[in-house]
Each structure stands twice: as C-alpha cells, then as structure tokens.
Design a protein around this ligand. Sequence first.
Ligand code: AMP
Length: 595
Amino acid sequence: MATNEYEVDELKMMEELTINAHQVQEEVLGEILKRNAETEYLKGFLNGQSGKQLFKNNVPIVTYEDIKPYVDRIANGEPSDILLAEPVIEFNRSSGTSGGQPKLIPNTVELSKKRAAFHTLIASVLNKHFGDLNRTGKSMELMFVKPETETPSGLKAGSVTTSRFKDNGFRNILPMRYTSPIETILCLDINQSMYCQLLVSFIQRDEVVRIGSMFASALLRAIKFIEDHWKELCSNIKTGYLSDWITDSGCRNALSLIMKHDPALADSIENICGCRSWEGIIRKLWPKAKYIGAITTGVMRQYTTALDFYSGGLPLVSSFYACSEAICGINLEPLDKPADVSYTILPNMAYFEFLPVKKDRVSMTQEVQFNGVSEQESIEMKSNNEDIEAVELVNVKLGQFYELVVTTFTGLYRYRVGDILMVTGFHNNTPQFRFVERENVILSVDADKTSEADLLKAVTEAKTLLDPLGFILTAYTSYGDMSSTPGHYVLFWELKVKEDNDNKEFDPKMMVECCSRMEESLTYTYKIYRQQNAIAPLEIRVVKQGTFDALMDYYVSQGASMNQYKAPSCIKSKEALKILDSRVIGKFFSLKAPL
Ligand code: AMP
C-alpha cells in the first residue's frame, strides 16, 4: 500500500540495492578508499594506494581506542583530513563508552544527508504497511535532547538524535507530523519536557495516529509519568492554565499557543486514567493510533511484556538498527513481533564486514532472560575470536553469529562496532540479522551500557569507604532491576568483618555513601541518564555470609565446572536471583544523582 510515487521509488531502490549487494559494497569500499587514501591514518597502512586486497591485508581491524588519538587531534584543532577527506562538522557522542568517556564519532554533511534519507526510507516501508499516516494525523513521539559540549577546536559534540532534532529540515516538518512543539523537545529539563510533550499529545489526542519513541524504555517511562501526573495534566486541560512548575520559557510559550480550556477532554482522560486497570491504556488514550514505533530488540526486549500490556493490542514496530558510527539496517517486516525482528543491512550505507563469533561466546542474555533457556551457555563461554578472518556482507552464513565491523566515509576503517548479530535470512542477496547483544556489556537498563570493567572500577572505588570501618567486601554481583520504571542497578554485596571476633554492625550512612560513590564512578552515559531520572537510584543489597557459596552451589548443581566457576558479574537467572534475594540483610539506595 505504498501511497505515492516517491515511496514506490524508494522501495524500488531498496530492492535494487539488496539484489546488487555485492556490487554495491565493492563500489562503496572503492569510493571510501579513493577519497580517503591520502589521509594520515590510511597512508600509514596503504602508502597512498587504494586497492581492496591491500586494504584487507594491511588495514587492521580496530576498536575506538585505536582511532581515538586521531579524533582527539581533530577535536583539538588539527584538520580533519588526518582521518577523513570530508570536513568534520561535529562529533556524535555514542552511548558506548571508552574508558568511561563517551566515544566521539565524526559527522559530516554527507552523513547527515544519508541519515535524513534513511528516515525517509523507513517511512516508505512503514507506509507500505500502515498507509500514509502523515496524511491522516500526527505522531506522538517522545523526543529528548542531551546537552551538547564543545571541543577545544569549537566543534559541537552531541548525540545523533540531538543533532537531528536541531536540524532545520526536521524542524520544518515537525509541526505537520508530530504533536510535540520544538521548544518542548529542546527543553533540557527532562520532567518539564516530558510533561509538556504528554500534555500536547492529550490535547491533540484525536489527531494522534502513531505513538513512538526511539527506544521502548522512554515510552514506559512516559506511562509511569502519566500515572504520577494524570490528575494534574487533566486539571491543566480543564482550566487551560499550565502548571507553575513549568518554568522553561520555550515550553510556556509553545503551550500558550496550543492550550485551551477544555473540560470535556479533561473528563474523558480522567475517566480513562481513573480506571483500576491500566491494561490497554495507550489505545484508550490515543484511540486512532495504528501502531507503537520504538526499538524493542536487544536490551529493549525486556520492556515488551509491559508494553504489550499497556498497548491494547497495537503492534510494536521496531523499524531500524543504527548507531552513531553507521546506519546499518532496516526492518522490512514491521509487523513482526519483537522476538522475530530482523534487520536487513543497507549495502550502500557503509562497507560491512563480519567477524565470526563462536556461539559459545555469545552470552545468550536474551534467551536466558526472556525464554527461560538454561543459563549454562553463559557460564561456559570461554573461547575468543582472535585471528579469525572477517567475512564480507554477502558471504555470511545463515544461523552464524558475527560481530559487526564497519568502514565508513567518516573515518572509521575496519572498526568494531561492538554488536553481536545473528544471520536469520536473506532479502534478495542481502543478509538479514537479528540483534543478539552488545559485546562486553553486562548491565543496561536504558541506553546506558556498563561493562564488567566499568562495574569493577565503580565497586573498587566504593569499597575504599569500607576499609577504614573494618569491613571487607568478599564478593559482589549485579542485576538490572526492571520491576519498576525507570529501572535501576542492584548490587549484591557480601561483607566480612576484618576481625573475626568483632561484632560490628555496618553503618547505614556509610552504605548509602557507597551507593553514591558507585554512581559517581560509573560511566558518563549512566550519570547523564541518572541525572535525567531515566535510571532510578542505585541500590546495594547486603547479603548474609555464605550467600555467594550458596550461589556457587547452585551453578555447580546446574552443571558448571567447580574449577572454572566464576561468580557472574551480572545475574540473569531467576533462580540465582531468588538465592540472593532470600539472603538479603540490608538494602541501601543512593540519595543523590551523581554529578
Ligand atoms: P548510539 O551509538 O549511542 O546511538 O548506540 C548505538 C547502539 O545501540 C548500537 O551499537 C546497538 O548496540 C544499540 N542499538 C541500536 N539500534 C538497535 C536495535 N534496533 N536493536 C538493538 N540494539 C540497537
């Protein structure tokens, strides 16, 4: 049901790209090398040449740490062409971190245009399934920006979405297509922004044909926010006056143009929100909505049960797979359930290679968490994939796991993105992938990504507070608690008194301080999300002596080898969690968001 010629062309182009994937990839690599052969980075490996085989033989597969010195030099004022031919217009801050700092990924005019074109392609695919919703109504999409920073050379560094929302092209279409005025999106106070975006979506509820957010977590947060604020929202609609605590002048100005006194609308919303059960609340609040658009794969899978409950049967559509580094894939079957979603790689967006990953290296996090499969496989993961050759896009094998490696026009050459994908099928000659997991991330409750090393660093910092008090931290593990919204990190700590005959009680104040110290030592992204209340305060649950022995007994009873057993840094199994929770002797929460 593609609705106009332009969309038909877009879909046709997608067909051609996926039929000619091999040729398109060759051309993309050829063009990247031709343009960038003279950069200092590539010259070091290719001597100014641009042959594909030379590229494969000489250019190493790298991580962010390898290109960071070049990024830092550009950020400090050296010309961009040490790394890429095209001028860098800004940096995109990726939520993946490098030594606790966000990664800075170069952005160019061309990449920004490609991103805009990608959104048009996504819209064409969605229109094919749902009709052109822009003609019949608006999207209630929750959009938030993050503060931008500036590098010493004066380049902005912000998230990809922040730069999209600030783009003029986006701002021009916003009033026709979305319920949120730009001022409410650009408001840096997340609560004021959320309140105003929900308020305008209520006022325009009869026009809303689509509900969305980038990631599913933000939508659930919005539902929780409505739970806490619906009476106030309704009172604002009833009286036509905006609450005084909305002090952001942009929000107040924008709302003043939209708000009117509407007691009938307020009554309808009050009746809906006043119901005992909130099952299907999304459909009740926005009755003309056709679907919910949000990424629900990867770590976001954990939110789908709750969203299904609130959605009232609206399809959950996870449209694309992309990162700050590259635009990767699109979901050509928007009606597929989150568990079945695969993304078709777009062969013209970058040069894609795939590092085979042994299945036993994949932690199977999602299966463990969501399908109740035994945790055995995650305990057994051992082998590594060094010295394994990267495979080209068209040569990947069905059912195989791979780590994604990209070469882009923007200065990333054979760069490991850090995502593990599994081949699920082919669209024409182009493989489709299921997102399996983020490499090396153990804790994540929103777009935060905390690795084992990040966690260890934070625990190490916090436990220094215990030493002077005569306590030793003997074991710890963690858990992403999603039972309430927003989710939060839980740390299980087993403590021992240094002197055996000492009957010391641990000081609650000190434990609260440990929670705060941990938060201060976690990654930049964690802290930003915590400050914005997208992550709730970190909790330490102190367990009684012997708990971690009981945990080990459990894993051994499940088949883990006693010799190789390591307490998992993060708990996924419900059984293991029960063992820990049944031995908790104290719970402590951080009292302040980290700076
Ligand atoms: P950022 O660079 O901060 O935008 O984060 C990009 C990362 O988010 C990717 O590398 C993935 O780990 C994750 N991500 C993006 N899209 C998806 C998706 N559709 N499903 C699962 N994870 C995703």
